[in-house]
Design a protein around this ligand. Structure first.
Ligand SMILES: Nc1ncnc2c1ncn2[C@@H]1O[C@H](COP(=O)(O)OP(=O)(O)OP(=O)(O)O)[C@@H](O)[C@H]1O
Length: 979
């Protein structure tokens, strides 16, 4: 069994300490008794009950004291034999009484007989019994030591003595002298004696006192078996005493004692300075209370500290949370910014794509059908890549193709449309869009464009969804009014057929040349207005019904023609701005290997046409990809129809359809290669076909003016015909050498080329009017040479007439101010005698006419100058202003058209270069007129007319080409020639 743990006062465990000490003393007492009388059957550390029980009959005690002092107890009542009655407590009391008498005789610590009564057991009574045994033990040791150091050296510590003394008042009559000597409270007599001695005696007495004190303490330590290092005894006695006392009663209480000298220590031991004994219950409790109070204070302090710490932690936590919140806000801002940046990046990428004009290419893989088992598609990447490997030849390299998007076999129609939607929606913003499905037969083109069963099922394809979307947008945009119309044609065996025409006997269509409006180059195709998606479904079903399809070995419902559904969208907003665009949805017939499709007869013929037209499409794509100067659009009807989309300014999307079937691997690779080549084609920048109301108004104005001009020309022709019968012959001659030619650089050239028929009327009223040749003569002479040049060249007689006619026409076309000839010019004409209208029926370019009019030359020259300087300029100002307005506002394409016209002029000039003998005056007038219309500065005298248009300025070459208009000459030279 291990020793109980010893706890000091500093730990505030006084009670525990006392219990330990009591147990320790019981152990010592029991051990000594057993050593004296033999085993008592007690454990090494007996409890109070065990200890008292072993002594209750007094036998052990009597035996022990007899060993110390033989015969101290003469008669010991021992235990009765086992068979007899057990002894009563009273019989044993005899032993106790005898023992206590013997103890008192030896003047040892005693106790009361009742202390052994088990009913009265408490810490105090057992302690007295233990003290008694310990004192016997000390006495025994003292005796064994030979009884040196006086008769009472066996006594235990003074504290114990004092305690015993107080508690044994009833047993002993009073404290024994020896006890009194050891009790520090009873030192008065000794101290007084000490002070009365002479100094030498005092020294001796002091030394003796110190020695005594030291001995007492050592005895006490030894008796209480305190675990003190033996070396401590060799140290300074005062410190030793202080250390011992501090260890016994607590450092705080006895600190001052450590500093005391022996004298002071003795003085301290005066009755007034009596050292408080901790064993006193009240004092112990006070100490305990103090310890608790101290501990409480400590705890309070600690609590305060914890509180402060907690508060600071709380503040810190709040700060941290605030910082964290700020950081999160920053992060979310950054994330938002990042998202916006990504979005902008995507938009910019799209814009870049649009600017580059690339065709967008999507690839769609159809799922394996029942009859197919092995797939040649190895991998479909989310980044638009697809990897193909021929399962029949696994050793062949894996081929990877990259597209804008790849749709796997499980992709739904909706998912496909979602990616297509932005393109479709741009139709409503005025862009032309073309979406076409390409791929081998049975790869799913019709499924994508029209839906399963060619649009007859509910799982609609792009065609229907696109139209539905357009309707949705048109209803959601309240400020724009849209007009949506639909055309549907097919190309079957190189014939364009109208699919919406119920009359199947007249469905064949001709393709007309068109520059910018996609499939509107089929003016004869039926165009149906649609108001709702149900209209669209009806039309699509009608078209599908009429579309050529047939069964082949590869597709039981194979499309045998290319079908083209065109949606025309015209929009007009509340501000009057208009937009025109078209969406072409093309479901191509599939390429097929005839051996696999087992096509024969009609099917074979169809297959050949299909393959040929697809091959032509491939040629066009190749030529576009290589940026060849010649693109073979005219090689097939398909490429002819798609020309404006492939080579124009439309947005293009191609769906490359592939079959995963291993047997179709070769076709799959061919389709993918075609699609990849197509993706490298750079189209022109997509342009929105929008017109502001201002431009539209100007265009309308121009149209009105043109119409007015045409009607007035007719009117004028009728009038002139009446008065010019006599000059028909000369006019005929003039006409023979001057074929009709288009007006160059006129307003018409800047207008829409689509208005060809109207322009023809203007250029050639002769054909439009259908009048006699003589009558035409006057009209053409007037129109083509134009009024000013005619005035110069015509005879004096006809000049006036023409001037008047000119005035009439100009008056209707431009303004009244413009057509009114200046008075000066008119008077000159009069003076020159050229004022007979009847005498001027012919065209001015006739040299013979010029010769006969030689006398009028000077007047004519003057007139020319005046006309060039005043009337012509005045008249042209308005035209010029209109033209410049149109030039600023009209679409770039139209401006280009105007440039084309301007560039085309030299060719026309060359073509009409047979009239080398044209009057230089006429040429000059013509140049001035052109300048007035185009704003191009007049050429330098050395410059040819061609150079003024930006062509070469080499006059010799000009001459060689026989330019129609010679360099201007001065009036003297002109006069010479005319003479
Ligand atoms: N994505 C798909 N999901 C389910 N079935 C599909 C898919 N694509 C195609 N099919 C089916 O494959 C078969 C052939 O499709 P489809 O007729 O659309 O091919 P095609 O390319 O138009 O052929 P052809 O050029 O001969 O007209 C049809 O039965 C169709 O339902």
């Amino acid at each position: 069994m291990t020793e109980p743990r010893r706890v000091s006062f500093r730990d505030g465990c006084l009670a525990s300490r006392k219990a330990e000490e009591a147990a320790w003393r019981r152990h010592q007492a029991a051990a000594w008794l057993q050593a004296m009388v033999g085993s008592l059957g007690l454990p090494p550390y007996p409890s109070e009950q065990e200890f008292v029980a072993s002594l209750r009959n007094g036998i052990v005690l009597c035996k022990a004291i007899n060993k110390l002092q033989p015969g101290a107890v003469t008669k010991i009542i021992t235990n009765a034999p086992s068979n007899s009655q057990p002894l009563t407590a009273f019989q044993y009391f005899e032993n106790i009484r005898n023992f206590l008498v013997a103890v008192n005789k030896l003047k040892l610590t005693s106790f009361e007989a009742s202390d052994l009564d088990k009913d009265n057991l408490d810490a105090g009574t057992v302690g007295k019994i233990v003290d008694c045994v310990i004192s016997l033990k000390s006495y025994h040791e003292w005796k064994q030591a030979g009884g040196a150091n006086g008769p009472n050296k066996y006594m235990k510590s003074p504290l114990a003595v004092r305690s015993s003394q107080i508690q044994s008042e009833n047993v002993a009559s009073g404290p024994s002298p020896s006890l009194k000597r050891l009790d520090l409270t009873e030192v008065d007599a000794d101290t007084q004696t000490f002070q009365n001695l002479d100094p030498n005696m005092k020294d001796c007495a002091f030394a003796d006192a110190v020695e005594k004190l030291q001995k007492v303490i050592v005895d006490s330590m030894l008796s209480s078996k305190e675990n003190i290092d033996q070396d401590i005894l060799k140290k300074v006695p005062s410190k030793l005493i202080g250390a011992v006392l501090a260890s016994q009663l607590g450092k705080e209480q006895f600190k001052h004692l450590q500093l005391l000298s022996p004298e002071k220590l003795i003085a301290e031991n005066e009755p007034t300075h009596c050292i408080e004994h901790p064993n006193s219950p009240i004092e112990s409790k006070q100490l305990l209370l103090q310890a608790h109070e101290t501990e409480l204070l400590d705890l309070k302090k600690m609590f305060q500290d914890v509180k402060v710490n907690f508060r600071s932690l709380q503040t810190q936590f709040r700060d941290d949370m605030a910082k964290l919140g700020e950081n999160i806000q920053d992060l979310s801002k950054a994330a938002l910014g990042y998202n916006q940046a990504v979005k902008e990046n995507r938009n910019l990428y799209n814009m870049l794509q649009e600017l580059r004009g690339n065709i967008r290419v999507f690839c769609r893989i159809r799922p394996l059908l029942h009859s197919e088992s092995i797939s040649s598609i190895e991998h479909v990447g989310t980044d638009g890549s697809v990897m193909v490997c021929d399962p029949v030849k696994p050793q062949s390299a894996h081929k990877i193709f990259q597209f804008n998007k790849v749709f796997g076999p499980t992709t739904t129609q909706d998912e496909v449309y979602k990616e297509t939607q932005p393109l479709v929606r741009s139709v409503m913003d005025g862009y032309n869009v073309c979406i076409f499905a390409y791929g081998q037969t049975g790869s799913g083109k019709t499924h994508t464009m029209c839906g399963p069963s060619g649009g007859l099922s509910k799982d609609y394809g792009i065609n229907y969804m696109a139209l539905n979307d357009l309707f949705n947008i048109s209803t959601s945009r309240e400020d724009v009014k849209y007009d949506i119309r639909v055309q549907m044609v097919e190309i079957y065996n190189e014939q364009v057929r109208d699919l919406l025409n119920e009359d199947r006997s007249s469905t064949k269509l001709d393709i007309r040349a068109s520059l910018n409006n996609g499939l509107s180059n089929l003016p004869d195709a039926k165009i149906c207005p649609v108001q709702s998606p149900s209209d669209v479904i009806n039309l699509m079903q009608l078209g599908e019904k009429h579309r050529a399809s047939g069964s082949t070995a590869m597709n039981h419902r194979s499309s045998r023609s290319h079908s083209i559904l065109t949606v025309h969208v015209n929009g007009k907003d509340i501000a009057g701005n208009v937009s025109r665009s078209s969406l072409h949805l093309v479901d191509l017939a599939g390429s097929e290997r005839v051996d696999r499709s087992e096509a024969t007869g009609d099917r074979l013929k169809e297959a050949q046409h299909i393959n040929k037209s697809l091959s032509c499409l491939g040629d066009v794509i190749n030529a576009l990809a290589q940026k060849n100067s010649h693109i073979p659009y005219r090689n097939s009807k398909l490429t002819q129809l798609l020309q404006s989309s492939l080579g124009g300014n439309a947005k293009m999307l191609m769906f490359a359809h592939i079959s995963p079937d291993a047997e179709s691997c070769a076709e799959t690779l061919s389709t993918l290669k075609f699609a990849q080549r197509a993706s490298t084609v750079e189209l022109g920048t997509a342009l929105a076909n929008k017109e502001s109301s201002e431009v539209r108004e100007l265009k309308e104005q121009v149209d009105t003016l043109k119409k007015a001009l045409a009607s007035k020309e007719l009117e004028k022709t009728t009038l002139k015909v009446k008065g010019s019968a006599t000059t028909s012959e000369r006019t005929k001659q003039v006409l023979d050498c001057t074929p009709p030619r288009p007006r160059r650089l006129s307003l018409e050239n800047a207008s829409d080329k689509a208005r060809m028929p109207e322009r023809k009327i203007l250029k050639s009223p002769r054909s439009a009017v259908g009048i006699t040749h003589d009558k035409e003569c006057n009209t053409d002479a007037f129109r083509h040479a134009n009024h000013h040049e005619s005035l110069i060249q015509m005879s004096a007689a006809c000049a006036e007439v023409l001037v008047r006619e000119e005035e009439k026409i100009i008056c209707t076309v431009d303004t009244v101010e413009f057509c009114q000839l200046p008075t000066e010019a008119y008077n000159l004409l009069k003076q020159s005698g050229l004022n007979t209208p009847e005498a001027a029926p012919c065209r001015s370019r006739n040299l013979r006419t010029e010769a006969s009019c030689g006398d009028a030359l000077s007047s004519t020259t003057k007139l020319e100058k005046i006309m060039a300087g005043t009337a012509v300029k005045k008249g042209s100002q308005l035209k010029k202003s209109i033209q410049s307005s149109i030039g600023r506002l009209i679409h770039g394409t139209e401006r280009r058209n105007a440039q084309h016209s301007a560039q085309g002029t030299p060719t026309k000039i060359i073509a009409s270069g047979c009239h080398n003998n044209v009057s230089p005056v006429t040429a000059d007038i013509r140049l001035r007129r052109r300048q007035s219309l185009t704003g191009i500065p007049p050429p330098l005298p050395t410059m040819s007319r061609r150079s003024s248009l930006g062509g070469r300025s080499d006059t010799s070459s000009n001459d060689k080409r026989g330019a129609k208009t010679p360099p201007p000459v001065n009036s003297a030279a002109k006069a010479k020639r005319w003479l």
